[in-house]
Design a protein around this ligand. Structure first.
Ligand code: SF4
Length: 247
């Protein structure tokens, strides 16, 4: 794997983003990933919570090169099925997942902020367990790869396949931006990609145990995330005005 671009080159890439974003619109996911690997080498990593889309990105990456960086935000509140899938990923693809933990272990969070913070203030809980760990991880990278799709939430509708991430200050690569859920599942079946067992139990979108439930027939696929709250994102993929995010 080659080394990443220098700081100066990174500045040039930022200037090139609008043109790259436009060009990448016709690129297939493998072309987008190939560009990212060639451009950033060891300074690009795939971020994944091992949902269906994330598994497709990982599988495509494994067909491009033997080794690549893959990290996950381990909130310590994940389902046993998710941890089990992580073990399968490491075995099947022969890579070590970089697990990023919150600074506060669950017991300490409870001691300092009270019990069940996810019920009282899910934004603060996500900030502690997802956003801060992500910010810390992205600080060592020049680009990150996500598996978001435009039709998942309103906040993701305008995602480019290659874009500048104002919130975290690096290049963001979304190879599946224009894919549908149908395309994702077709790929999984055709390529026999492993997936989270909860998907077969009416969990189309899977996060922490405390904030994820199965969806009922006819519900939006993300209705099982933060059910009962107006929250639809953990803050990882939301662009904040003027400053400028596995959720
Ligand atoms: S999804 Fe729920 S439990 Fe997980 S970090 Fe966010 S609020 Fe906390």
């Amino acid at each position: 794997m080659k080394e990443g671009v220098s700081k100066k080159e990174a500045v040039n890439i930022r200037e090139d983003i609008p043109a790259l974003r436009m060009a990448a619109e016709t690129w297939r996911p493998a072309q987008v990933l190939h560009w990212a690997f060639q451009t950033f080498g060891d300074t690009v990593a795939i971020s994944s919570a091992f949902g269906a889309e994330g598994m497709v990105v990982i599988d495509i990456a494994s067909r491009l090169q033997e080794s690549f960086r893959l990290f996950t935000l381990d909130t310590e509140f994940l389902f046993p099925e998710t941890y089990s899938l992580m073990d399968r990923v490491e075995q099947k693809y022969g890579i070590a997942i970089e697990r990023v933990f919150p600074l506060l272990p669950p017991e300490e969070q409870e001691r300092s902020l009270g019990p069940a913070l996810w019920q009282r203030d899910p934004d603060q809980c996500c900030n502690i367990r997802k956003v801060e760990p992500l910010r810390r991880k992205l600080g060592e990278l020049q680009a990150w790869v996500t598996s978001i799709r435009r039709d998942q939430t309103a906040a993701r509708a305008t995602a480019g396949k290659i874009e500048w991430d104002e919130k975290f200050g690096l290049v963001k690569v979304n190879p599946l931006a224009d894919w549908s859920s149908k395309q994702v599942w077709q790929y999984i079946r055709e390529h026999e990609v492993p997936y989270n067992a909860l998907h077969d139990l009416s969990y189309p979108s899977i996060g922490c145990t405390h904030c994820t439930r199965a969806v009922r027939p006819g519900e939006n696929p993300r209705a099982g995330r933060w059910a009962g709250y107006s929250k639809t994102e953990c803050g990882l993929h939301v662009i904040e005005p003027a400053t400028e995010a596995q959720g």
